[in-house]
Design a binder for this molecule. Structure first.
Ligand code: MG
Length: 251
């Protein structure tokens, strides 16, 4: 496997391998040992969905030192985690809606881990065996509410606040990737995943210590520095090296 997406034509929902824009339909369990059609699936009338349907989204905060600095926070000693509602997910191309446009609402480009196997209490050394792959995400945040409330869940879980996708890369080194956010074509965030305080394997190990991760579960690994405010009409693009860009605009 390499680049895997989830698609819909009419009532038909399916996973497929994406090779230079051409789809090869997957047969069997995407997290098992699937096979792929030899002949391409016509693209006409096909919509790109979220690449997976997670039972939960775990998010990690302040995982890049430069970002912790710009937030005026000390880098955490252990991964700082919380949950985002799965109903906050939107696929590539869908619109972000701001319930409080008068608040400060921010973009946050993030690398997302997609789990491939049920796991509990795995070591960092074993973690990669439980990971299906990686994709791009945004952790859209109502900064005004985040500051006003002790909990971060609400300010980051509004409907449409977690753009994800478009595809999952299953063969990629997650710790050697540039990660960028473009706002209306302007480069705003320009980080590298090697700068994470806790790498993907340590994050999976830490979360799995007490929380069972299921196939399809998504972990957002934190945002680099350069966060900033979004406004209605903005076009936001997350570009992670080796991945198809994730593009969403703000309604
Ligand atoms: Mg974040």
């Amino acid at each position: 496997m390499a680049t895997i997406g989830r698609f819909q034509r009419g009532e038909d929902i399916f996973h497929a391998k994406v090779v230079e824009g051409t789809l090869f339909r997957l047969r069997g369990d995407v997290f098992g040992s699937p096979s792929f059609d030899k002949r391409p699936t016509p693209r006409k009338g096909v919509r790109t969905l979220l690449p997976v349907v997670p039972s939960k989204i775990v998010a990690v905060g302040l995982n890049y030192a430069d970002h912790a600095r710009e937030r005026g926070e000390a880098p955490p000693k252990d991964p700082l985690i919380w949950f985002k509602a799965t109903t906050s997910l939107i696929p590539d191309g869908a619109k972000i809606e701001l319930p409080f446009p008068g608040h400060r609402n921010d973009y946050e480009a993030e690398l997302a881990i997609v789990m491939g196997r049920r796991c509990r209490n795995v070591t960092p050394a074993a973690a990669s065996r439980y990971i299906f792959g990686y994709t791009a995400a945004q952790d859209i945040t109502d900064r005004t509410l985040q500051a006003a409330e002790g909990q971060w869940a609400r300010s980051k879980s509004f409907d449409t606040f977690t753009p994800l996708g478009p595809y999952v890369e299953t063969k990629i080194d997650p710790h050697d990737l540039t990660i960028q956010l473009f706002q209306n074509g302007q480069l705003r965030q320009n980080g590298h995943t090697s700068e994470m305080i806790f790498d993907c394997f340590r994050i999976v190990s830490f979360v799995s210590t007490n929380i069972t991760l299921l196939p399809g579960d998504v972990i957002l690994t934190g945002t680099p520095s350069g966060i900033g405010r979004i406004q209605s009409g903005d076009r936001l693009e997350v570009r992670i090296q080796g991945m198809t860009p994730l593009v969403n605009s703000v309604k």
